[in-house]
Structures are given as C-alpha cells and as structure tokens.
Ligand binder design. Structure first.
Ligand code: C2E
Ligand code: SIN
Ligand code: SIN
Ligand code: FE
Length: 352
C-alpha cells in the first residue's frame, strides 16, 4: 500500500498558460498537504520540465497557445514508449467531443473548470495511488529479476561443484587425495591460456578436464589398484575407461559436458596415431585433448600411482621431451615446457 506521506511527497506537474489557474491549483494542493509542486505556464517548456523532474502526475490544460494539451500528450507518448504518469485534464471546454478526444489521446481523467475542490483532490489522490503502486510493482519486478540472476549464478556454481565432486568419486580410488585431478586441470588451464584460448574457453576446459577419467569408475579395483604390470586383458579393461567415460557424459545439452565427453574419449590418443581408443593422429585429435594429454602424463609421471613411484621433475621433463611428436603435439609440448614456472607453482599449491 501507498502511505499518506508518499502521496503528499509525490511530484505534481501543472501545465496551464494562465498563471492565475496555476496559482489557484498550487494553493489548493499546498493547503491539503502536497509539497512537491511544479508548474509552468509555458507549454513549450513543459516537456523539458517533464524530462528534468519525472513527475508522478500531470495536471494539463487543453487550450494553450504554441503547444496545446493534445500535442503535449502526443509527445509524452513518444518520450515514454512504455508508460507515462497519469494525466488529469482540466479544461473549460466541456463538450463530449473534447472529453472523448482527451481520453483517447492519453488523459487518465477529466475535470471541467471551474472544478469542485473535493472532486479535484479525490481524483488526484486516486491517480497518485495508482501510479505509485505501479512504480512499486516495477521496482519489485526489477528486484526479483536481480534475485533470479543471482540464483542462476549460484546454481551454476553448485553445478560446477557437483561435477568436481563426482569426478573425485572416480579419482579417489587410485589417488586417495584427489590432487591428481586438481593439478592436471590446473596444468591444462595454464596450457590452454598460453596457447591463446579465450578466457571463457579456458574456464570450460578447466572444469571439463576434471572429468577426463570419470570412466575409471567402471574399472574394477583389482585392475585399477594393481601394484604391478597389467595383463593384456586387464589393459583392455583400462583402455575402455575412455569410451565408458564418454558414454557417461554423452547426450548433454551443456557445452561443458559436451567438452568433457570429447576429452574423456580422446585424452589417450597420441600424436603419432598409436593411442587409444581410435588411433587418431596429429591434428585429428581435438586440441583440448592434446592439451589434456600433456597435463595428464606430466602429473602421472611426477606423482605416485598405484603401479609406480613419483619421478623427479627433471626426469619427467626429459620424458615429456622424448614424447614430443610421439605422444604429444610438438608445439603444445614446447609451450608447456616454456610455462614450467607456472606449472610448478600450481604443483606446489596442490601438493598431496
Ligand atoms: P594414470 O596412472 O593416471 O596415467 C596416465 C598416463 O600417464 C598414462 O596413460 C601414461 O600415458 C602416462 N604415464 C604414466 N606412467 C608412465 C610412465 O612410467 N612412463 C610414461 N612414458 N608414461 C606414463 P596410459 O598409459 O594410457 O594409462 C592409463 C591408465 O591406465 C593409467 O592412468 C593407470 O590408471 C592405468 N595403468 C597404466 N599402466 C598401468 C600399470 O602398469 N599398472 C596399473 N595397475 N595400472 C596402469
Ligand atoms: C587413465 O586414463 O586411466 C589414466 C590416465 C589418465 O589419468 O587419464
Ligand atoms: C602400459 O601399462 O602398458 C602403459 C603404460 C604407459 O604407456 O606408460
Ligand atoms: Fe585417462
């Protein structure tokens, strides 16, 4: 509801070419508590006045030299294509035609001069109540809209967190701290950025990379956690984590999950065409997967895995260089080696 104090504070603009009419209106309104009164006897200045002060109600004379009341209403409609404050027309011309035309052209209500004070005050009050309520609803809609946007951002954060936690479910089995995923996705993001990907794409890559091994959830413990070398049968099972992961992630409308599906499927393809599951070669391997492959192997080498001890960084770097052009895209390998400062900083940050 609109309180009395809001009503009496509302801005009322009076437009009449005759000063004495303005003085009369001003006097009546002031006596009855209205305090925010603006008036002009220059019709040509009325619109400038309107724009400057954004009144809540307009009291408008119809017959004026220069610009009459109809023309002012027409221009108001152009200025405010959505909604303008209510207009109360006050005129000495009481014919039916005039009333009709005034209402048609945008007046909310109509009073003949000389007007009855009580009637004038009651109409002004009604119109102000209507307009202030309308403005309140508009404000509330705006607040609601902002809240919805906040909620949407929150949901996205929650979704990303859920994805990270689910990725960890698969990862915890052969990496009990889950740090492999954290480091690997950091390295992938660093390489993505260095290789010129846009910020938004790097962010997608960062989250999608965390799901690269989600298919391991289907690899039995006795294989995944086996301390020694795998039998050929076991190796076939391990290799299927790519296809299984892609299947888990497939069919989504989300760009993030589509990217994750692609990475899950192709992160073990090798530059020379000897990787799995498809034996893709060179630039047929998706760019993001060429990035993830380097990030993944560097972290596997420098970390403890169920089947191997961690290698010193120097030894791992020598291995990465050996694998340039064999497992890895040669240009991306160089970029990765050149980003070693950032990579090692991230490695320190996510130490087991
Ligand atoms: P992972 O342990 O996360 O290793 C990821 C990738 O790092 C490997 O993919 C491989 O490309 C690279 N990598 C790891 N250790 C070495 C290494 O000593 N030398 C070189 N050059 N590269 C290494 P890959 O080979 O496709 O293996 C996929 C997954 O299969 C591994 O993920 C791991 O879960 C499993 N796996 C591989 N070899 C063995 C093994 O001997 N025993 C067991 N239990 N699991 C294995
Ligand atoms: C695997 O693919 O199962 C291990 C290699 C990786 O971390 O992607
Ligand atoms: C395998 O165990 O056969 C693969 C290990 C590797 O490529 O490093
Ligand atoms: Fe993998």
């Amino acid at each position: 509801m609109i309180s009395d104090s809001e009503i009496f504070k509302a801005k009322i603009l009076m437009i009449d070419d005759q000063r004495e009419n303005l003085d009369l209106l001003d006097g009546i309104l002031r006596v009855h508590g209205y305090s925010n009164l603006l008036f002009t006897s220059e019709p040509l200045e009325a619109l400038g006045f309107y724009k400057k002060h954004s009144p809540d109600l307009i009291l408008l004379d119809l017959n004026m030299p220069g610009l009459d009341g109809y023309q002012i209403m027409a221009q108001l409609k152009i200025i405010e294509n959505y909604a303008h404050p209510p207009i109360l027309v006050l005129t000495g011309d009481s014919t039916i035609e005039t009333r009709k035309r005034a209402l048609q052209e945008g007046a909310k209500d109509f009073l003949n001069k000389p007007f009855d004070q009580i009637e004038l005050l009651s109409r002004i009050r009604n119109m102000l109540e209507y307009w202030l309520l309308y403005k309140q609803v508009l404000d509330q809609n705006k607040i609601l809209e902002e809240k919805v946007q906040e909620r949407t951002a929150e949901i996205q954060e929650t979704q990303l967190e859920t994805i990270q936690r689910l990725s960890l479910v698969a990862e915890y089995r052969d990496d009990d701290t889950g740090m492999h995923i954290k480091r690997m996705s950091q390295y992938a993001a660093i390489l993505g950025k260095t290789s010129g990907m846009k910020e938004e794409e790097v962010k997608l890559l960062f989250y999608a990379a965390q799901m690269h091994d989600i298919g391991k959830i289907k690899v039995p413990d006795q294989v995944l956690l086996k301390p020694g070398k795998l039998t050929p049968e076991e190796w076939e099972i391990v290799k299927s984590h790519t296809v299984l992961g892609a299947r888990i992630l497939s069919g989504s409308r989300s760009k993030l999950l589509q990217l994750a599906e692609l990475i899950a499927l192709t992160h073990h393809e090798k530059w020379d065409g000897t990787g799995y599951p498809s034996g893709l070669k060179g630039e047929d391997i998706p760019f993001v997967s060429r990035i993830c492959s380097i990030a993944d192997v560097f972290d596997a080498l420098t970390s403890k895995r169920p089947y191997k001890e961690p290698w010193p960084v120097e030894k791992a770097l020598a291995e990465i260089k050996q694998l340039k052009g064999v497992n890895f895209d040669p240009e991306l390998t160089e970029l990765f080696l050149n980003s070693m400062d950032q990579v090692l900083t991230a490695r320190k940050q996510y130490k087991n």
